[in-house]
Design a protein around this ligand. Sequence first.
Ligand SMILES: CCCCCCCC/C=C\CCCCCC(=O)SCCNC(=O)CCNC(=O)[C@H](O)C(C)(C)COP(=O)(O)OP(=O)(O)OC[C@H]1O[C@@H](n2cnc3c(N)ncnc32)[C@H](O)[C@@H]1OP(=O)(O)O
Ligand SMILES: Cc1cc2nc3c(=O)[nH]c(=O)nc-3n(C[C@H](O)[C@H](O)[C@H](O)COP(=O)(O)OP(=O)(O)OC[C@H]3O[C@@H](n4cnc5c(N)ncnc54)[C@H](O)[C@@H]3O)c2cc1C
Length: 662
Amino acid sequence: MSVVVPECCDDLKRERGRCLFNKEELTNILDGGPKLTEKRRRIEKMLINTPELFDDVSPDYLSHEDRYSNELRKATQLMTTLEKNGFTYNDAVTTGTGLWLLMDGNPLSLHISMFLDTIKGQSNPQQLQEWLPLAEKFKIIGTYAQTELGHGTFVRGLETTATYDSTTKEFVLHSPTITATKWWPGALGKTSNHAVVMAQLYLGGKCYGPHIFMVQLRDLETHRTLPGIVVGEIGPRLGMNSNDNGFLQFNHHRIPLTNMFMKHSQVTEDGKYVKPLHSKLSYGTMVQTRVGIVYHASRELSRALIIAIRYSAVRHQSEMVPGDPEPQILDYQTQQYKLLPHLASFFALRFSARALLEVFIGTSAGLGSGKMNMLPELHALSSGLKAVATNDAVKGTDICRLACGGHGYLSSSNLPRIYTAIAAGITYEGENTVLFLQVARYLIKSFRASSQGQTLPFSVSYLRVQPPSSHAPLMSDRGLVDALGAGVRWMVGEAERRLQQLVDSGHSPHAAWNACSVHLVQCADAHTRYYICEQFVDAVSKLGETVSSGVHEVLRQLCRLYILHRVIQTAGILLRCGAVDGKALTSIEEEECHLLATLRIQAVSIVDAIDIKDVFLKSTLGAWDGNVYQRIYEEAQKSPLNKSDVTQGYYQYLRPLMKANL
Ligand SMILES: CCCCCCCC/C=C\CCCCCC(=O)SCCNC(=O)CCNC(=O)[C@H](O)C(C)(C)COP(=O)(O)OP(=O)(O)OC[C@H]1O[C@@H](n2cnc3c(N)ncnc32)[C@H](O)[C@@H]1OP(=O)(O)O
Ligand SMILES: Cc1cc2nc3c(=O)[nH]c(=O)nc-3n(C[C@H](O)[C@H](O)[C@H](O)COP(=O)(O)OP(=O)(O)OC[C@H]3O[C@@H](n4cnc5c(N)ncnc54)[C@H](O)[C@@H]3O)c2cc1C
């Protein structure tokens, strides 16, 4: 059956006809300016004109091995296409386009992110000069090998050892137990010939804690594993199965002294240790990746939202009024309630990701001149935002899937794949509960410092013991954000009181911490969301002077929805601390419902403005033309089971069963 694709179906034409704002202007804001939109589109055009980057057959129909090879084929093609056209791998990462093409994890992602970032951030000048050109030109291919079978979260508990032998000026890398096996690193199994390896540094019998080493794993000609090294792939996962996540063991494997990354701490030839300016500088690559993941999570959430919102405008179901035609499902208030707060979250995360990037850039510049004071603030912000962004992207993506009913469960909707890929983000790069507990540690320390009269850094300054009272009317955006801040201050104060009470009653500080940790995680989550609200309000108010009134109105509505939704989610706390009363909450609930109806009118245009082309959405439900049913039908025809009318399984199993005398 041939497909006659209309320019765009009537439903979507009508939706787009109601647009009251300049879509291109909103696209520019999301990209970070017209020049960046233009650059992204140039990259997209180049990629779309490279047919080798696209799948002939859905990876769902490939074997485990073919899936990997197919992704490797596309990943290498992507790198050469970018290079030939004067772009870098970073351009593909920062615009999202590269990651969308390589849809399910890919064998070069760790190379272009954590391997290169470690070389750039942890090398001394000689190491940088030696390794960076090789890695940038793919002469060596690497990954970030930190996690072990026995330890992922607790980096200080890693078991791999790097023992210095001053007689040969080498480190001896060893995996003393099965639990010391490196486990999980992306691209470690079959792709990488190098890895940056986190191992416990031993000098003269003394352990100096985890340090990073550059280790060659495979021969650069034959790609065979080097002696003293065992490496392989860990097998199928929930998602991201095009990647070769791997395992690695060392058997007294020797590497030169100069292979320890020596920007921050050094070992001299005679085995003396030179301390870094801050003990956690070697965790820098993780911090940088967390910053990137906030963007990544917001992008993946936006893909799911485009699919679900367009589909909700095309799908008609049931009767709202008996006897009337079936309405678009987007007209149901419950459907709006499922999707639109997540649309607001996407915008909130995008503005917060940008603010975090600025903190990262500022802190990194400070580190260059020996200033360490912003490091705890960056660690807390990047940990909290990574956790909230991935939690919300995962939840939002699953809601988008559910909002598409049965068809959302189809692989061809692409929602399952977006979900399984981003679901890993809750665990990797710091498990979210663990990261929230790091944030909580910072909150409690800050709260206590404030009680002792110390000035607090900007992200926690609202926690000060005697904050100025809010002058903004409660129901204004600022007033509600101030109320949320008062709620967090109350929660942190309460956590501190409970901790102190437990210590006073004889518990150790560590036992008290564990006994309060559920509440502490809630404090960290609430603090990070307060920060996100602040960034959203600030960004919209700053943009107010420069953008057209239509775009400003849409952003203002999305920001308002985000805040109202947050206040309702936090109602219990806000009532307990007296920041709002029942009457205010009732009017907030009513306003939220009203706002859902207002935003619904332009929802399709808003997701259009996110501007992700069909080839990157890869969804039968979310394509720009809305031709959903034809696409679903055509995708189903590609199933290998449809190649013949009667399958082998019939002759092998079904027929014998039918003929058996049971
Ligand atoms: C370029 C962008 C690319 C985006 C691409 C997106 C696409 C993604 C696709 C695939 C990517 C997949 C990547 C996944 C890779 C990985 O998962 S790599 C492995 C990551 N592993 C982790 O994240 C481990 C998590 N654990 C930790 O970070 C730490 O162990 C810990 C923070 C939980 C605790 O560390 P520990 O050493 O035990 O700390 P303590 O000794 O208890 O000290 C705590 C104090 O140290 C401070 N601190 C901790 N970390 C940092 C830091 N990074 N910076 C600054 N300070 C830090 C902490 O605040 C405590 O300070 P106080 O004592 O003063 O309170
Ligand atoms: C798809 C994927 C890709 C990955 N890629 C890489 C990679 O490239 N390189 C690499 O080195 N690693 C990689 N990892 C590993 C990843 O970083 C770890 O899985 C992650 O850091 C969590 O560690 P864990 O698995 O040991 O979990 P655990 O720490 O064992 O967590 C299990 C549970 O214990 C809880 N828990 C642990 N510690 C605490 C605590 N202190 N307080 C309260 N609760 C706690 C957690 O909240 C969680 O509920 C990857 C993982 C995945 C899933």
